[in-house]
Design a protein around this ligand. Structure first.
Ligand SMILES: [Fe+2]
Ligand SMILES: [Fe+2]
Length: 419
């Protein structure tokens, strides 16, 4: 480079920089004149932040997320300890940002060891932003630190000799049914609770979602054991359905996954809507069939993994039944799961899955395996207390037992499946 070229370049660069600085100065004049200087643009620093109990979700120990419902905008972190070990901290950071939300804080924990007691507590502060005109457009402010009570849960143990679990379905925001199901679950002290879809009627507003999916009827449904969340067809309806991952904790925010608890290998799959993508009912807002094809490929690979292949009992949990071929199932004119059934059942049969547990029809039913239905199917009941059901499962290496009862404890079915 000769001296003349260097000078020209320098002058040119300075000119460019000057123009950029001028633009920046213009930009900072007041981009939001509708907001007064010093006004809150989000949140505040006042008041309590926690709104009810947290939910531990996963359910496997290596994919645990802890979700804390909020009553105002807050930021925070979770502290946890394995058995009597030291407290550790999980920040829930994502792409450089610590969590800050108006309705829920979600913290994904690092992989936890199996079969261990995990103590945890949430530490949070109310938070917000204030408009500052000079130098910054906003300034972050936070209130005093608040700490939730210490709680604990036990991680699933794939090597355990036995397991116990509870299944709810189609609660549809029915407070009386939810309270009865919670009362039946507490004495069972299950290894996990599986909530088999249609938690909601539809999902319109984020402000309602903690009440729909985390603290229904104000209950602490899964702060003492992990939750296995299953998505139902009502939970995909409404504009806020796209915010569901903020209010649920599943592996990689997918609604299809597998996990092992003692002798049971569980598969959770997402049956999506109960109508085809081109149905006039959907008006073009769904692409479930693509997701179901993707799940078929995922399933083929998952069932070859040793933790699944070697399990004495293999069970599929999905919201919509895979078979509708029974005189008691209403609306038989429309087969809401044919697409899933055709895609998934050959793999399920080959992999040795012996039971499908579902809901959706609002009419409980036990359907043993038969010629045109190669896998047994248990369908849970309705949202109304009179027709609702509670399913409890217990398994040893040789037997899987399921008991379906009404909310008053009346036994509907006792089912025994051998390994
Ligand atoms: Fe339902
Ligand atoms: Fe449903």
């Amino acid at each position: 480079m000769n001296r003349r070229t260097f000078l020209v370049t320098t002058v040119g660069s300075a000119g460019t920089f000057h123009a950029a600085a001028q633009n920046y100065s213009d930009y900072t004049k007041d981009p939001r004149p509708d907001v007064a200087e010093g006004a809150w643009t989000a949140g505040s620093t006042d008041g309590p932040v926690f709104a009810g109990s947290p939910v531990v979700s996963g359910p496997a120990g290596d994919v645990i997320a802890i979700l804390q419902p909020l009553q105002r905008m807050a930021t925070g972190h979770v502290e946890y300890a394995v058995e009597d070990g030291p407290w550790q901290r999980a920040d829930g950071d994502d792409a450089g940002l610590l969590p800050m939300s108006e309705h829920v804080l979600k913290f994904c924990l690092p992989p936890l060891p199996p079969g261990k007691l995990i103590r945890y507590r949430i530490v949070a502060r109310s938070a917000g932003w204030v408009k500052i005109r000079q130098f910054y457009h906003g300034e972050f402010k936070a209130g005093a630190t608040q700490c939730s009570p210490e709680r604990s849960f036990r991680t699933l143990n794939p090597a355990a000799e036995t397991t116990t679990f509870a299944v709810w379905n189609d609660t549809h925001e029915n407070s009386e049914t939810l309270k009865s199901l919670d009362a039946l679950t507490t004495p069972l002290n299950p290894d996990f609770l599986l909530w088999n879809g249609d938690q909601s009627n539809d999902v319109h507003f984020e402000r309602d979602m903690a009440g729909q999916f985390l603290n229904p009827a104000g209950l602490a449904i899964a702060d003492r054991w992990p939750l296995a969340y299953v998505r139902g067809n009502h939970d995909v309806r409404g504009p806020a359905a796209r915010s569901l991952p903020s209010f649920t904790g599943t592996p990689d925010d997918r609604y299809y996954y597998g996990f092992r608890s003692g002798p049971v290998a569980a598969i959770v799959m997402d049956t999506g809507e109960d109508k085809p993508d081109d149905s006039p009912f959907l008006s073009g807002w769904g692409a479930f069939q693509k997701m179901q094809r993707h799940q078929a490929e995922w399933l083929k690979a998952m069932v070859t993994e040793p933790w699944f292949r070697d399990a004495p009992h293999k069970v599929l949990f999905c919201h919509i039944p895979l078979w509708f071929n029974h005189p008691r199932i209403p609306n038989k004119s429309f087969d809401g799961s044919k697409y899933c059934r055709d895609l998934w059942v050959p793999t399920l049969v080959k992999a040795g899955v012996k039971l499908v547990v579902s809901g959706h029809t609002h009419d409980y039913l036990w359907m043993p395996a038969k010629e045109d239905q190669p896998i047994a199917q248990l369908i849970g009941g309705a949202p109304q207390p009179r027709h609702a059901t509670f399913i409890q499962g217990t398994a040893t290496k040789t037997e899987l037992k399921l008991r379906m009862t009404k909310l008053d404890g009346t036994v509907i079915n006792d089912i025994l499946l051998e390994a």
